[in-house]
Design a protein around this ligand. Structure first.
Ligand SMILES: *Cc1c(COP(=O)(O)O)cnc(C)c1O
Length: 352
C-alpha cells in the first residue's frame, strides 16, 4: 500500500511540508530574500522563493496539477488572458467576476480580444459560440448571480472545438470542485478568498496539468513580475491547512440560512447553488437592501468573501456590476460563527 494520502482533507494538512527530520520545523519558514548565492536552484527571487514552492505544492496537489502563485487573483487572470493570441475570441459568462470582465472589455476596446458573453447556465448557447474562439472562461458558481455551469459538458465541447477552457474556482475551492478532473485546461484562484480564509492576504494562483502551459505561465510571471510576497505565501498556506474544516462549517451555515430565510417577509428570492459558502438574497429594491446592510451588527458590511467572518454587500452599489444583477440583490459570504447568531442578526435587520 502506498503511503500517499488519499483524501483532500489530509492533503491540505500534509502537502508542502519540509521533510520529517529530527529538528526540522513543521512548516516551511518565510524566506525573505531578493537573491540567493549563485550555483543553486534559486538565483533571483522574482523567479522563485521556497515560501511560494511550499504553497504551490499544496494547492497543486489539491487541484491535481502544477500551481503557479501570483501577487493577486487578477494577476493570475491576466497571466492566462495574455496567452490568448492578439484579436482572439474569449467566450465568457456575463456574470463573471466584474474586474475580469472589465479587463476583457478594455481589451475588446483596444482590439486585444473579441469578447463573446454568454449565459453560462445555458449550455447549448455556450456551445454555439465556441467556433473559432481561443478560450472559454468559466466561473462556476458565478459571482454574484450564483449560476452553475455544466463544467464537464462545456469543457468537452470546448476541447472538441479546439478551444482551451479555464475555470475560476474561487467560489467552490478544490474541496468542492476539481475542474482539471472535469476536463478544464486551467484553473484560476483568488486565494485571497476561501483559501487564505482570514481576510488578511491578497494572492492568486493558476493550476494546470499541461506542463507546456505551466511553463508559459511561469515565464510570464517572471517576466511581468506579478509575484506574491513570501509572507503572503506563508499566510495563504497557513490558511489552506484549515480550509476543509472552515468550508464544512461555513457551508453548513449557508445551507441552514437558505432554509431560515426562505419565508421571511420582504425576501423575494434566496439563491444558493446547493454547495459552497456564498448565497444571495433579493429584496424589492436598492433602498430595502441598503437598509438591511446598514442594520446588521454581527455581519460586516464589506466587499470580498471567503473569510472566517460573515460579510454582506449590495452588489449593484458598484457601477461596474452587471445591469442584469437585481438592484436589491445582497451577496452573503457566510463565515464560521454560530448559525443562531448569524440568523438572529439577519432577521432583526430584515425586520420592521
Ligand atoms: C476576488 C475575485 C477575483 C480577483 O482576485 P483578487 O485576489 O482580488 O485579485 C477573481 N475571481 C473571483 C471569482 C473573485 O471573487
Amino acid at each position: 500500500m502506498s503511503d500517499t494520502p488519499r483524501h483532500l482533507e489530509t492533503i491540505a494538512v500534509t502537502a508542502g511540508r519540509p521533510p520529517h527530520e529530527s529538528g526540522a520545523p513543521f512548516n516551511e519558514p518565510v524566506t525573505f530574500a531578493s537573491a540567493f548565492v549563485a550555483g543553486g536552484e534559486l538565483e533571483y527571487a522574482r523567479y522563485g522563493n521556497p515560501s511560494w514552492t511550499a504553497l504551490e505544492e499544496a494547492l497543486g496537489a489539491l487541484e491535481g496539477g502544477e500551481c503557479i502563485s501570483f501577487a493577486s487573483g487578477m494577476a493570475a487572470v491576466s497571466a492566462i488572458l495574455e496567452q490568448v493570441p492578439h484579436g482572439g475570441a474569449v467566450v465568457v459568462a456575463r456574470h463573471t467576476y466584474q474586474h475580469a470582465l472589465l479587463m476583457l472589455d478594455e481589451g475588446a476596446t483596444s482590439g486585444r480580444f473579441e469578447v463573446r458573453r454568454v449565459d453560462i447556465a445555458d449550455a447549448p448557447a455556450v456551445e454555439a459560440t465556441l467556433t473559432g474562439a481561443a478560450i472559454l472562461w468559466l466561473e462556476s458558481p458565478t459571482n454574484p448571480a450564483l449560476e452553475v455551469a455544466d463544467i464537464p459538458r462545456l469543457t468537452t465541447a470546448a476541447r472538441a472545438a479546439g478551444v482551451r477552457s479555464v475555470v475560476d474556482n474561487t467560489f467552490a475551492s478544490p474541496l468542492l470542485q476539481r475542474p482539471l478532473e472535469l476536463g478544464a485546461d486551467l484553473v484560476v484562484h483568488s486565494a485571497t478568498k476561501l483559501i487564505a480564509g482570514h481576510s488578511d492576504v491578497v494572492l492568486g494562483a493558476v493550476v494546470t496539468a499541461d506542463a507546456e502551459l505551466a511553463e508559459r505561465i511561469r515565464h510570464h510571471r517572471g517576466l511581468h513580475g506579478a509575484i506574491p510576497g513570501p509572507m503572503e505565501a506563508f499566510l495563504t498556506l497557513r490558511g489552506l491547512r484549515t480550509l476543509p474544516v472552515r468550508l464544512e462549517r461555513a457551508a453548513s451555515n449557508a445551507r441552514e440560512l437558505t432554509r431560515r430565510l426562505a419565508d421571511v417577509p420582504g425576501v423575494v428570492e434566496v439563491r444558493y447553488p446547493r454547495f459552497g459558502t456564498v448565497l444571495a438574497i433579493v429584496l424589492a429594491d436598492a433602498v430595502a437592501a441598503d437598509r438591511v446592510v446598514e442594520r446588521v451588527r454581527l455581519w460586516v458590511a464589506a466587499t470580498s468573501l471567503g473569510g472566517v467572518e460573515s460579510t454582506l454587500e449590495r452588489r449593484r452599489r458598484w457601477p461596474t456590476e452587471a445591469p442584469t444583477i437585481p438592484e436589491g440583490l445582497i451577496r452573503l459570504s457566510v463565515g464560521i460563527e454560530h448559525i443562531d447568531d448569524l440568523a438572529a442578526d439577519l432577521l432583526q435587520a430584515l425586520g420592521e
